[in-house]
Design a protein around this ligand. Structure first.
Ligand code: FES
Length: 119
């Protein structure tokens, strides 16, 4: 028996680099989320893939926001199928690396609290 796979094209790189897209194939399970697949990639293929999440289930922490097929979604609630999807970082936030962007509201930044300039 062959196992279905989910295919992801994931944007990689930091703010000073031209973005590149890397293809990953993940064992597919019915009902799996984009976050499930990204966590599997980190655990099994490339531990350097930068992702951010906290609660893993449904809009509680809001740290997993990414773009899937150009649409802003929570990676933990966006369901995967067996058709390939493109995953990228939020485009309206400062890119830190791969899928991680700076989502801390400016008023909550430690540098502001310490009286230091923002970058
Ligand atoms: S991981 Fe917390 S909302 Fe998605």
């Amino acid at each position: 028996m062959t196992q279905d796979t989910a295919k992801l094209k994931v944007q990689r790189g930091g703010p000073a680099e031209a973005p590149v897209f890397e293809d990953f194939e993940v064992p597919y399970r019915e009902g799996m989320s984009v976050l499930d697949a990204l966590i599997w990639v980190r655990a099994n293929v490339d531990s350097s893939l930068a992702i951010r999440y906290s609660c893993t289930n449904a809009n509680t922490c809001k740290e997993c926001m990414v773009k899937v097929e150009g649409k802003t979604v929570y990676a933990c609630t966006e369901r995967l199928g067996t058709t390939p999807v493109t995953v990228g970082p939020l485009t309206n936030k400062r890119l830190l690396r791969d899928l991680v962007t700076d989502i801390v509201p400016p008023k909550e930044k430690l540098s502001l609290l310490l009286g230091q300039d923002q970058d």
